[in-house]
Design a protein around this ligand. Structure first.
Ligand SMILES: NC(=O)c1ccc[n+]([C@@H]2O[C@H](COP(=O)([O-])OP(=O)(O)OC[C@H]3O[C@@H](n4cnc5c(N)ncnc54)[C@H](O)[C@@H]3O)[C@@H](O)[C@H]2O)c1
Length: 279
């Protein structure tokens, strides 16, 4: 099997890493050779760390790195059995890319999108073969998070759907099947829930530490909601909330003003050194 990954940023590089580790020949496409090489270095670095930690044999690491080829030419994805798109989260570039992929790839190549908040059906509508378009929603960081939501758009065919499901299993993930609705499954539940948690901070006048302790020790969460928001990134969460609110119009989906203010102030969580906590 040969897989193409388009966009080797946070998600795409992680997905490409999973593929080569699983023994799948992988072609990664970036917009510039420099970005592509930087992604290859990151992937090679993560695999080296696994060798150092005793999680991977050196030979297996070298073979995995050798399975990855990097290109800036979309035409180099012509021989792929499945392509996962992980470019910027905007409809127009994704639609343009899928229309181009349809021209380049074989008719039986499955075209998957890793979109979190866009409609897979709308992305598929840019092609004349929507039966082969499916959502494969990995979670960040892709190499570590076990879940992949396999998303059936309105016109997704069974063959493409099952091929995506099987690939997720081969990558060592736990795939679940769902339909193309805003937020799919996990974000549809988690985003308003985290927003509720932030509103409770002010309503119940509870401290950040006590709210986190409450949800960990009273509800069995592995980490507190504020810790989780800091890990996800306040800006990412606000963006996802806005997308969900825009589609479903439920007040709980809208980002609480406190989070919007934090995002505007650059208090983004772990990645900026300060969010609910200081790092
Ligand atoms: N970051 C997350 O937590 C997360 C989680 C799940 C899903 N997603 C989704 O995954 C996708 C990618 O997100 P990300 O966080 O990895 O973004 P990112 O900005 O880290 O990476 C995107 C990469 O795509 C490249 N790119 C842009 N246009 C391209 C093109 N036409 N061809 C090839 N490469 C191109 C960019 O150079 C960049 O390196 C988005 O749809 C996002 O919604 C993100």
């Amino acid at each position: 099997m040969k897989v193409g990954v388009i966009g080797l940023g946070t998600m795409g590089a992680g997905i490409a890493q999973l593929c080569v580790e699983a023994g799948v020949d992988t072609v990664g496409r970036e917009v510039t050779a420099d970005l592509g090489e930087r992604a290859r270095d990151r992937i090679a670095h993560f695999l080296t760390r696994k060798v150092e930690k005793g999680q991977l044999e050196q030979e297996a690491r070298d073979a995995a790195v050798a399975r990855l080829s990097i290109t800036t030419e979309l035409a180099d994805l012509a021989g792929c059995d499945l392509v996962v798109e992980a470019i910027v989260e905007e409809l127009a570039p994704k639609q343009e890319l899928f229309a181009e992929l349809e021209r380049i790839c074989r008719p039986d190549t499955v075209l998957a999108t890793n979109t979190s908040a866009l409609s897979v059906t709308e992305i598929a509508s840019a092609t004349s073969s929507p039966a082969r378009v499916v959502g494969m929603h990995f979670f960040n960081p892709a190499p570590l998070m076990p879940l992949v939501e396999i998303v059936r758009a309105e016109l997704t065919g069974d063959e493409a759907f099952e091929t995506a499901y099987e690939l997720a299993g081969r990558l060592g993930k736990h795939p679940i099947r769902c339909h193309d609705t805003p937020g799919f499954v996990v974000n549809r539940v988690l985003i308003p829930l985290l927003n509720d948690c932030v509103r409770v901070l002010d309503e119940a006048r509870v401290s950040v530490e006590d709210l986190d302790a409450g949800m960990k020790h009273g509800a069995g969460w592995p980490m507190g909601p504020c810790e989780l928001l800091d890990l996800v990134g306040i800006d990412i969460h606000v963006h996802a909330s806005e997308a969900l609110y825009g589609k479903l119009r439920e007040p709980r989906m809208a980002a609480p003003p406190r989070l919007v203010a934090m995002a505007n102030a650059g208090l983004l969580g772990r990645k900026s050194g300060r969010g609910f906590y200081t790092y």
